[in-house]
Design a protein around this ligand. Structure first.
Ligand SMILES: [Fe+2]
Length: 252
């Protein structure tokens, strides 16, 4: 994704039907080409008349909303956040046939949540707890611990000082065509298509940010919104948990 205004809608890093049978082709098409596209267009429309904001990267635009001019603040929160959140969401999924391990992230999940099973249980509870529209995120807190947090509408975790590892869109437009109003079923679907390789890379970048004490910069690297990275070695299956979404230790 280009870093500054005018922003563009980057293509999906996989085919529209790549996440079948978990997330259906039509949903992926509408979600990416209609919903995200609208966020991009609306964000650019706002920024067209804001030359002082046109050189800011997306994380810079949305990480400190209070610094924005009041008349465009909520618009940038909504549409800039919408672009940011959706790029992370789309880049954070993968075809179930290409799931890979998470050499750095996995031990941190076990450290901070106790077990993979408890991690997924907590993630599901958090995602179900979002009233209305929003996201459920796995983030790294400034103190270096993993947390599962939720945001409403298109608010972003970086505005709260968190660095994103992966994120689940729980707006109904993410699942309504296939799962109707059954968010719990969609959550189980999403667990099957998490791109743990991307999450692992973002986790390591978040850790590096903390270690480098670059606290004055936005927590989320501006050029690493879950974009595909160089190949990593899959890690051996670490434990025995094989429940829903156990893509961390369960290669197809
Ligand atoms: Fe969405």
């Amino acid at each position: 994704m280009n870093e500054h205004y005018p922003f563009v809608n980057p293509p999906l890093p996989y085919a529209y039907d790549a996440l079948e049978p978990y997330i259906d082709t039509q949903t992926m098409y509408l979600h990416h080409d209609r919903h995200l596209q609208r966020y991009v267009v609306e964000l650019n429309t706002i920024l067209r008349d804001q030359p002082e904001l046109q050189n800011l990267s997306l994380p810079e635009l949305i990480s400190d909303p209070e610094s924005l001019p009041e008349d465009v603040r909520q618009g940038i929160i909504n549409y800039g956040g919408g672009v940011y959140n959706h790029i992370l969401y789309f880049n954070g999924m993968t075809n179930s046939q290409t799931r890979a391990g998470a050499e750095a992230l996995y031990p941190a999940i076990v450290r901070d949540f106790g077990s993979l099973e408890e991690f997924f249980n907590q993630y599901k509870r958090k995602a179900l707890s979002v009233f209305g529209s929003g996201f459920a995120w796995l983030v790294l807190a400034p103190d270096g611990t993993l947390e599962i947090v939720t945001t409403r509408n298109q608010d972003t975790p970086i505005a709260d000082g968190f660095c994103v590892v992966t994120g689940m869109d729980v707006w109904e437009h993410a699942y309504y065509l296939k799962r109707f109003n059954d968010r719990a079923a969609y959550i189980e679907d999403w667990f099957h298509v998490v791109n743990w390789e991307v999450a692992d890379e973002l986790y390591k970048q978040c850790m590096n940010n903390i270690e480098n004490q670059r606290e004055t910069a936005p927590a989320q690297p501006s050029d690493t919104l879950g974009a595909p990275t160089a190949e990593q070695e899959p890690v051996p299956a670490p434990e025995t948990y094989t429940g829903p979404g156990s893509g961390l230790d369960e290669l197809p």
